[in-house]
Design a protein around this ligand. Structure first.
Ligand SMILES: [Zn+2]
Length: 76
């Protein structure tokens, strides 16, 4: 599962985001990685919503975060 892996990898909590489900307006939680991968997430009421990375912005930010984490690892 992607969600479990995200926690174990020690990612910063700051890349968790929240929006409204386009179907019901319910809570929709996702991470930057999921937007970058254009994955399908499920809202609090069970609708499947495909995340769209318009213009590839999330992918760039996500990569920047990964680079940052890699840099942090090197200093340990
Ligand atoms: Zn919904």
């Amino acid at each position: 599962m992607f969600v479990a892996d995200t926690g174990r990898a020690g990612r910063p909590m700051s890349d968790k985001m929240e929006t409204e489900c386009p179907d019901c307006g319910g809570k929709l939680r996702f991470t930057l990685d999921e937007v970058a991968g254009q994955r399908t997430v499920r809202c609090s009421r069970g609708h499947n919503v495909k995340l769209q990375d318009h213009g590839g912005g999330a992918r760039r930010v996500s990569k920047a975060l990964s680079d940052l984490e890699t840099a942090v690892e090197k200093f340990r």
